[in-house]
Design a protein around this ligand. Structure first.
Ligand code: ATP
Ligand code: MG
Ligand code: MG
Ligand code: MG
Length: 559
């Protein structure tokens, strides 16, 4: 591609509204333009990167046995009503009405739509399993679209859905997808961690997010260096839902809720002193001893817990802050203590609230319970989630990092198939709901995440696998005939092997170099003064390494 022909409107100035580095560089480098809040056009350079990312995703998904299809973005409201999500999804779901007053949703996700497609077709165990995926534009009216492509309202997602006859089969596919996702993000060149995550209101239990490590990330992840275990700190919230159930069991069992109990009553029962600092509480549930640590009086604690989980902003690996926040003794931070304690703070809060009357928390409690049937959960679930797949005797310090959720794998179970009557006949000829998994990757978000991790103060530093072009060939002075001739020749020759961007513009060298640094192609070839000797300069964007080479040696040098 000749740069003189390429639509690549670069900017020298940092766009005023762009907070995130990736957002700034995408606009400055002419990769994209904003059309409305959270809505963007991908210009040719940005589009090329998206294509590269999509190719990697397609290759790995196909390799893993999934099949590509394409579903509509416009979905009938009735499907969303079948699962109740027309109501539950809230204002994030964009809705529209056609000329006949029929209601539609703009697809925020496609569980309902895919289930409606397969429910009449995947009607026998013999046709299972099946994994179907698409790469498609999604719509979510995010409350706060921001950071460019990181949180858009129209964005590109790869979403896949798998259907199974048995839970074991789903478990296998989950592992299969987990591996495929690891391959994808490895190939894209992201530093990431799969973390245990919150299964939210969708139901189901097992879920991992793939978190690209970056300061701008909106998620906080908790991990240790000495174990494989890592979790989204949101897990604490999930656990609080588990806790609520446990708390209720405890409360109903031991405290007479018919009487108007006061905080003091509950506190007395729990052996908590509400007037002075509460240090620790031991719960005994189902024979298990679970420790909770609570600080301050209950009102202050309320605020603190809310702040802690809502606006938690812990400095990375700042042990002093963690110690302060969680009230642990220095040196006693084990791998699970901090998450347990956040959870337990909540447990106490809900225990107290649940027994003492209807306040906001209690409403929340009922709300969550109405949405999710928690009756099958026991305290073992809590312990399982907290401890995850950690080695128990390893006890490195807890570390915190910021992450960008670039993907998520999820065991849905029968939440959708049951609601939508998607059944198959099992080997005994009995009808059963399909067992489902779903797996998403934020394609456009991933593009930004790559830049968050790969840039310097001059611009983007693309990993080879997703760079918009492989090689940036620069004719430094197009008025010099020897230079122009050699550059033209190299352009023709290299183009058979590489995607070459050829800067043939009549611009000053300084302008060309600044643009080249900004858009960050992995290899730059400068054709300059030594062109008449057949010598060019090769510059590696990532390392800054520069070397001269003869044209004959060039193919070997740049491989
Ligand atoms: P988040 O927690 O960031 O809001 P999510 O959990 O709501 O994301 P999923 O429903 O899991 O998102 O969707 C699958 C993937 O789509 C996410 O892992 C993420 O990479 C991407 N994604 C979700 N929302 C957006 C968005 N507003 N803009 C860009 N990508 C998004
Ligand atoms: Mg979301
Ligand atoms: Mg999320
Ligand atoms: Mg998610």
């Amino acid at each position: 591609m000749k740069q003189s022909r390429l639509f690549m409107p670069t900017l020298r100035e940092v766009p005023a509204d762009a907070e995130a580095v990736s957002h700034q560089l995408l606009v400055r480098g002419g990769f994209m333009r904003q059309n409305a809040a959270g809505i963007y056009s991908y210009l040719p350079l940005g589009h090329r990167v998206l294509q590269k990312i999509q190719t990697i995703i397609r290759e790995e998904m196909n390799q893993a046995g999934a099949q590509e299809l394409l579903m509509p973005a416009i979905q009938p409201a009735e499907l969303w009503e079948e699962t109740g999500r027309w109501g539950i999804y809230g204002p994030e779901l964009m809705r529209l009405t056609d000329r006949h007053d029929r209601r539609f949703a703009l697809g925020a996700t496609h569980e309902e739509l895919i289930t409606s497609i397969v429910r009449d077709e995947l009607n026998s165990y013999k046709k299972l399993p099946v994994n179907l995926y698409q790469i498609q534009t999604k719509y979510r009216d995010e409350r706060r679209p921001r950071f460019g492509l990181l949180r858009g309202r129209e964005f590109l997602m790869k979403d896949s859905y798998s259907f199974h006859a048995t839970q074991d089969d789903l478990d296998e596919e989950y592992k299969n997808m987990y591996r495929a996702y690891s391959n994808i993000f490895d190939r894209i060149g992201l530093k990431y961690r799969p973390v245990v995550a919150d299964s939210g209101a969708i139901g189901g239990k097992d879920t991992h997010e793939f978190q690209a490590l970056a300061e701008i990330g909106e998620d906080t992840i908790v991990y240790t260096d000495t174990s494989n275990y890592a979790a989204n700190i949101e897990m604490a919230e999930t656990l609080d839902r588990y806790d609520m159930q446990a708390a209720e069991i405890l409360a109903l069992d031991k405290v007479d809720t018919k009487d108007n109990k006061t905080i003091e009553d509950v506190a007395r029962f729990l052996n908590i002193d509400t007037k002075t600092t509460i240090k620790s509480v031991l719960f005994n549930v189902d024979g298990e001893t679970v420790m909770a640590i609570v600080r301050g009086d209950h009102e202050a604690n309320d605020v603190k817990v809310k702040n802690a989980l809502g606006g938690l902003d812990i400095q990375m690996e700042d042990e002093a802050t963690i110690i302060d926040l969680f009230g642990c003794e220095p040196g006693t931070l084990g791998p699970i203590q901090a998450p347990v304690k956040v959870v337990a703070d909540y447990a106490v809060k809900y225990l107290v609230d649940a027994v003492c009357g209807a306040n906001e928390a209690n409403t929340h409690y009922k709300h969550v319970n109405a949405e999710r049937d928690l009756s099958h959960l026991t305290y073992h679930d809590l312990r399982f989630v907290v401890e995850g797949d950690m080695a128990p005797d390893e006890s490195g310090p807890v570390r915190f990092a910021r992450g960008i959720e670039v993907g998520q794998v999820f065991k849905l179970g029968t939440r959708y198939s049951e609601a939508m009557g998607a059944t198959f006949l099992n080997e005994e000829g009995r009808a059963e709901p399909l067992i489902m998994g779903c797996y998403g990757i934020g394609v456009s978000r991933t593009l930004s995440a790559v830049i968050e991790q790969h840039h310097d103060d001059r611009g983007i530093v693309w990993p080879k696998s997703v760079a918009p072009f492989d090689v940036h060939l620069i004719a430094i002075n197009t008025k010099d005939e020897a230079q122009l001739e050699l550059a033209n020749r190299l352009y023709a020759e290299l183009s058979s092997t590489y995607d070459v961007l050829y800067d043939d513009r009549k611009e000053r060298a300084g302008v060309k170099f600044a643009d080249a640094d900004l858009i960050g192609l992995p290899i730059r070839i400068n054709v300059g003064k030594k062109a008449n000797e057949g010598i060019v300069e090769v510059k590696v964007r990532a390392t800054g390494e520069v070397l001269e080479t003869t044209v004959d040696e060039l193919p070997r040098v740049i491989t």
